[in-house]
Design a protein around this ligand. Structure first.
Ligand code: 5RP
Ligand code: FE2
Length: 224
């Protein structure tokens, strides 16, 4: 299993001070920057795009940027995120017409690729593309908004995804996104996740470092 990664979702950061917020959360011990892209079409909300990703790189952010695309269509915007310096580019299988092609576009551009599954989307397609994904992202809320409650049924789905990854023998990250906090992160890790997105739990707290340290202590208990 891969080392644990904490990926704060900047959806809950102060956008007026985004560069500083990203600096602060990385200094507080975060590993990745989770970058939520919403198009008011695939999901009913509108956020940030490749220009902001590129601006963070120009500002000096060197940490991996984990671009979670909640957009449809997918392929048209993939090239812009490759150019903008994204590290991971993940998309929802139902948002593209050709899953295999979209995954290939991402890898051909030198980025790591991933598929995102909504709470009620089955994992079936994975068996056809296991060799083309670097990350599997399970949504534990319906996509579109931060600050929602973790859907408990996701724990079984995490176990299912973990079994698929282990059976494949591949180095694929298993990321969880939505409603992750200090109180549930240990149980989520025990179910098989290795990469943890947390937006409101980190950015709504007065001290980012304190939350991230508490998360790491909980994670240490999940995998002693
Ligand atoms: O993809 C997302 C929403 O669609 C966000 O990454 C997610 O909701 C994180 O926010 P929080 O930790 O507050 O639930
Ligand atoms: Fe996300």
């Amino acid at each position: 299993m891969q080392p644990f990664v904490i990926a704060p979702s900047i959806l809950s950061a102060d956008f007026a001070r985004l560069g500083e917020e990203v600096d602060n959360v990385l200094a507080a011990g975060a590993d990745f920057v989770h970058f939520d892209v919403m198009d008011n079409h695939y999901v009913p909300n509108l956020t940030i795009g490749p220009m902001v990703c590129s601006a963070l790189r120009k500002y000096g952010v060197t940490a991996p940027i984990d671009a979670h695309l909640m957009v449809s269509p997918v392929d048209r915007i993939v090239g812009d995120f490759i150019e903008a310096g994204a590290t991971y580019i993940t998309f929802h299988p139902e948002a593209t017409q050709h899953i295999d092609r979209s995954l290939q576009l991402i890898r051909e551009g030198g980025c790591k690729s991933g598929l995102v599954f909504n709470p009620a989307t089955p994992l079936d397609v994975l068996k056809y593309v296991m060799d083309k994904v670097d990350m599997i992202l399970l949504m534990s809320v319906n996509p579109g908004f931060g600050g929602q409650k973790f859907i408990p049924g996701t724990l079984d789905k995490l176990r299912e995804a973990r079994a698929l990854i282990d059976a494949s023998g591949r180095d694929i990250r298993l990321e969880i996104d939505g409603g992750v906090n200090v109180n549930n992160i240990r149980e989520i890790a025990a179910a098989g996740a290795d990469t943890f997105v947390a937006g409101s739990a980190i950015f709504n707290a007065p001290n980012y470092q304190e939350v991230i340290e508490k998360m790491r202590s909980e994670l240490a208990l999940a995998r002693p």
